[in-house]
Write a protein that binds this ligand. Structure first.
Ligand code: SF4
Length: 260
């Protein structure tokens, strides 16, 4: 079981050492089943939190790797939605103690309406939340969420988290053909959430759907004028020398210099 992998050259985080708290050998456990997901179909669609990987195991694996690789940040991501891991908060604390690095979490934001999840995420230094749709209908079409997840509640959860979070909160918007004509509506919602940064992305990693072109993404960007925006096509890549967890990297389809 490869829990720690990378570092990968992340377009938004630099050299990012990954921690997979979900750790599925095949498929993924997630509250969404996004049309563009590079991991293929969600094998377990759930909103129930549980411990997938004991924190002691995360600590042991991180200790083995530190000193062997050069990284700028430890990022909780991997084979599913990291906030489904009940031990996310304590794993973040342990990862910070062992690595001495800032801790980031990539989340689909679906569980942010829960106080325990917001408490866990508040332990991180950087949280990147996902916002791909302007309304319930497109949310269902793009994110294909678990039936218990309601679009408006996800937005409310993000606002609540933003209000209380002392670290950096970024919103990632993955643009695909389904939502590219709704950039204004998505930007309007983003303004109400007040993130520190908006990361405009498109699936340039292997994905079941086609990525937007740089021209299409430039057009989309206009709707976010006045906000602090990062565009995937404009990002500089950090150089990564030595990596661990090659099997996991292949599973995540991240063999080269990208993180999503
Ligand atoms: S939230 Fe992330 S892991 Fe889950 S289906 Fe979407 S892209 Fe895949």
């Amino acid at each position: 079981m490869e829990i720690v992998y990378g570092p990968v050259s992340s377009w938004r985080l630099g050299r990012s050492l990954g921690v997979d708290l979900i750790c599925q050998e095949k498929g993924k456990v997630c509250s969404f089943d996004c049309v563009y997901c590079s991991l293929g179909k969600t094998t377990e669609l759930t909103t129930k939190r549980r411990v997938f990987v004991p924190t002691e195991l995360v600590a042991r694996e991180l200790k083995k790797v530190m000193g062997k690789v050069e990284a700028d940040v430890v990022t909780f991501s991997g084979t599913g939605e990291p906030t489904l891991a009940q031990n996310l908060g304590e794993a973040i604390k342990v990862a910070r103690e062992i690595s001495g690095l800032p801790i980031a979490v990539l989340t689909n934001s679906s569980l942010m309406m829960r106080e325990d999840v917001r408490g866990n995420l508040a332990q991180a230094d950087i949280v990147i939340g996902q916002l791909d749709a302007p309304n319930e209908e497109l949310f269902k079409r793009i994110s294909r969420p678990h039936e218990k997840i309601v679009f408006k509640e996800v937005i409310e959860g993000m606002k609540k988290f933003r209000e209380g979070f002392k670290g950096k909160f970024a919103l990632e918007v993955m643009f695909v053909s389904e939502n590219k004509d709704f950039s204004k509506e998505i930007a309007a919602i983003a303004r109400t959430i007040k993130p520190d940064e908006v990361q405009i992305n498109t699936p340039i990693r292997p994905s079941p759907v086609r990525p937007l072109t740089p021209q299409e993404l430039d057009e989309v960007k206009k709707a976010f004028e006045g906000m602090n925006v990062q565009l995937v096509y404009e990002a500089k890549k950090a150089e990564v020398k030595k990596v661990v967890g090659l099997k996991k990297l292949r599973q995540l389809k991240r063999p080269s210099a990208t993180d999503r």
